[in-house]
Design a protein around this ligand. Structure first.
Ligand SMILES: [Cu+2]
Length: 123
């Protein structure tokens, strides 16, 4: 009986660890709104980026509107190296970054010191 119980507990623990490391990281992508040949999405900057994963359509110019609420200097700059963007984000303001997502793929965006990051999925 004890063996069955400990087996159940270790299976549950293993499942939890798998979920913790793999499941949790796959945050659902939020799809940008598209209208008039332009797509736009707002990203809240507050202790990280929310949504962390955004999805854009390839070939349509995109506006990423960063709404910085967090005064921490860590988040004062946002970098999108694949799109040649390095932009400072004033606190309490919305800063628009325009990119042209031409090639489908997964691109990273980070804070100036690369401690916080998010992902741009282009499909
Ligand atoms: Cu940082």
């Amino acid at each position: 009986m004890d063996k069955i119980l400990s087996l159940i507990i270790s299976v549950l623990a293993a499942a939890f660890i798998v979920w913790w490391f793999f499941g949790r990281r796959k945050a659902a992508a939020v799809v940008a709104n598209e209208s008039h040949g332009m797509q736009q999405i707002e990203i809240t900057v507050d202790g990280g980026y929310q949504p962390q994963v955004i999805q854009l359509k390839a070939g349509v110019p995109a506006k990423l509107v960063f709404d910085r609420k967090d005064p921490s200097s860590c988040l004062e700059e946002v970098l999108l190296p694949d799109f040649g963007v390095a932009k400072s984000l004033p606190v309490g303001e919305k800063t628009t970054v325009e990119i042209k997502p031409d090639k489908p793929g997964q691109y990273k965006y980070t804070c100036g010191m690369q401690m916080f990051s998010g992902q741009v999925v282009v499909k």
